[in-house]
Design a protein around this ligand. Structure first.
Ligand code: FO1
Length: 318
């Protein structure tokens, strides 16, 4: 079964890792949000791509989920001593990734090729693709501070300002990265990882052609990032609230209305199973919290079995 996963953030990376541990490498493509990318110290930083790659390579920092394990902070400490902008924590090992990526981008290489080569060097077998080879920037409009670039909102302001809306600047002028549409065209199922629908998945779907191609994938399921009304990590629940939406699995279903035929929800949200099914969605209730590698693999396995079932159901009806 050919699988395409959409991912961004730490939850998305963990689920992508579970899928990578179970599926044959040729059967998995992960399309990653690059709306969080930005330039800092003249370096191109791609946080979600790096989080997915480090996680699949077993190199991620286990306590933050982003950045590298066994990191040192000499460069950042020097910057701090000099009064430079040390608000975004770039470790020494991580800096190597940004330096080399920036060097290659400056030579005109597309991001997708650089990610492919980095993945190979890190021993990642699955195909990891940026959503686009063009720069697309997520901006957040806030009540208190007006429009902020994403990392300024997320890291510098710690997601404190209240959100009003989001923009994915440059998306309309961009194209899907090389390989994205090809992977979607041959996919049997699309899995939207438990990533933030507003700022991890929406940017991917804003790239011209991606949503249309997703809709052609025979089976499409999402894993809810909202569990018991809260997000495990990050501001997804806070964003729903600030936008006047009660954060629940129903809100997640609404975010993906028309795109998905199945939703995976946590056991604590079991009571929502019936209303979701009445609304026309297939529902899988299982443990979605991923505290260790076994949890990641179990969630991936159950989600894949759910997709398989929906695929058979769909074939039976056509
Ligand atoms: N997140 C933080 O909350 N604080 C940081 O200082 C920070 C640094 C950082 C460095 C490299 C990297 O790849 C990710 C980093 N992140 C940091 C995470 C990143 O801002 C978020 O994961 C995403 O952009 C949201 O998905």
């Amino acid at each position: 079964m050919k699988v395409v996963a959409l991912a961004g953030g730490v939850g998305g990376a963990k689920m992508a890792d579970g899928l990578a541990r179970i599926l044959p490498a040729d059967d998995l493509t992960v399309i990653v949000n690059t709306g969080d990318d930005f330039s800092h110290f003249g370096l191109r930083i791609c946080p979600d791509l790096d989080t997915v790659c480090y996680t699949l390579a077993g190199l991620a920092n286990p306590s933050t989920g982003w950045g590298r394990a066994d990191e040192t902070w000499n460069a950042l400490n020097s910057i701090r001593e000099l009064g430079g902008p040390a608000w975004f924590q770039l470790g020494d090992k991580d800096l190597g990734t940004h330096l080399e990526r920036t060097r290659r981008l400056a030579q005109g290489e597309p991001l997708s090729k650089i990610v492919r080569d980095f993945s190979r060097s890190w021993g990642i077998a699955a195909q990891i693709l940026p959503m686009s080879d063009h720069p697309v920037e997520t901006w957040v409009e806030t009540e208190e501070m007006g429009w902020l670039p994403f990392q300024e909102y997320f890291v510098a302001q710690q997601c404190v300002p209240r959100v009003k809306q989001f923009e994915f600047r440059g998306a309309q002028q961009s194209l899907p990265a090389v390989g994205v549409l090809d992977a979607l065209e041959v996919a049997d199922c699309l899995i939207i990882c438990p990533s933030n629908p507003w700022v991890s998945i929406a940017p991917i779907l804003s790239i011209p052609g991606i949503k249309e191609c997703c809709l052609k994938v025979p089976v499409r399921v999402a894993v809810s990032p909202i569990i018991g009304g809260k997000a495990i990590k990050g501001p997804a629940a806070k964003m729903y609230e600030e936008l006047g939406i009660n954060p629940s699995v129903l809100a997640v279903a609404e975010s993906y209305r028309g795109l998905i035929d199945g939703l995976v929800i946590d056991r604590v949200d079991q009571a929502y199973g019936e209303p979701l099914e009445k609304g026309g969605l297939h529902v899988l209730v299982t443990q979605t919290i991923m505290q260790n590698y076994i949890d990641r693999m179990n969630l991936a396995k159950e989600t894949l079995e759910f997709c398989q079932k929906l695929l058979i159901f769909r074939k039976g009806r056509t």
